[in-house]
Design a protein around this ligand. Structure first.
Ligand code: FES
Length: 256
């Protein structure tokens, strides 16, 4: 993990959502899909705690973070920061997704705003020639990923609770076919979403084997290197520091 100054190179606004492109070559080169970056969100030590982000795009020199509207003071500061502003950033934190060697077809499953963390993985897998299906369930259209942000080869499914994009409801009806098709599953969502996914895998494939599904354990990190215990959670058979063992876990380990 390294600490760098990251410059806000570009700001894109999509309604109330801001997407910032941060220039930090040394950090960007080390980042893998699913890992986190901790960013200081103020000129001084107020607010003191860094905010946790899972980049939504990564290239050689930059990474992008997405700021959906919320009441957090630190993220509000970042939404207002001008292009050219330098922020203090720590990363990469933890273990990212790892594409199994045998995987020829992966299913990426996301829930709500968190689904955007799958984008670097979707692009990387697609660039390697792996077949990718992305399925996202959200409350409204605002949380969903526009198809134009995806590689053309990606098969994309959307479900929204209010019916404003894709099918109305959730992904439940689609999962049997998608899970039969996929060699591996990569997921980002809440614990209920993971429990629902585990049941769907057992229905479609009889058991949930270790090594079949990876999932991002969502939490905020304070130090990011195992010192503060703030991220400790009951995963992988005991009390673990997510910043060291995660945030990407085998789905089996998240649920037991
Ligand atoms: S964030 Fe401090 S121990 Fe994990």
């Amino acid at each position: 993990m390294i600490q760098v100054r990251a410059r806000i190179q570009e700001r894109e606004t999509r309604g109330a959502v801001h997407i910032l492109r941060l220039h930090a070559p040394d950090l960007a080169r080390q980042l893998h899909p699913g890992q986190a970056v901790l960013i200081q969100t103020g000129w001084s030590l107020d607010p003191f705690l860094r905010r946790t982000f899972h980049p939504i795009a990564i290239d050689e020199a930059t990474f992008r973070i997405r700021l959906a509207p919320d009441a957090d003071r630190g993220r509000a500061w970042l939404r207002m920061a001008a292009e050219g502003t330098e922020v203090d950033a720590l990363g990469p934190v933890g273990q990212g997704f790892s594409l199994p060697d045998h995987a020829r077809r992966i299913l990426c499953l996301g829930q709500g705003d968190a689904a955007w963390a799958l984008l670097p993985l979707v692009r990387a897998a697609s660039a390697r020639g792996v077949g990718v299906a992305l399925a996202v369930e959200a409350t409204t259209r605002r949380q969903t990923i526009p198809a134009r942000d995806l590689p053309l080869s990606v098969e994309y499914h959307v479900a929204t609770l209010d019916g404003s994009a894709g099918r109305r409801g959730d992904l439940r009806p689609l999962l049997p076919d998608l899970l039969t098709w996929a060699d591996a599953v990569m997921a980002v969502g809440g614990m209920d979403f993971y429990r629902f996914l585990a049941r769907a895998i057992e229905d479609a494939r009889v058991i949930l084997p270790r090594g079949y599904a990876q999932a991002l354990y969502q939490t905020d990190f304070l130090c990011g290197f195992g010192a503060c215990q703030a991220c400790a959670a009951d995963v992988a058979g005991g009390r673990r520091r997510v910043c060291l063992r995660g945030p990407i876990f085998d789905l089996v380990d998240i649920l037991r």
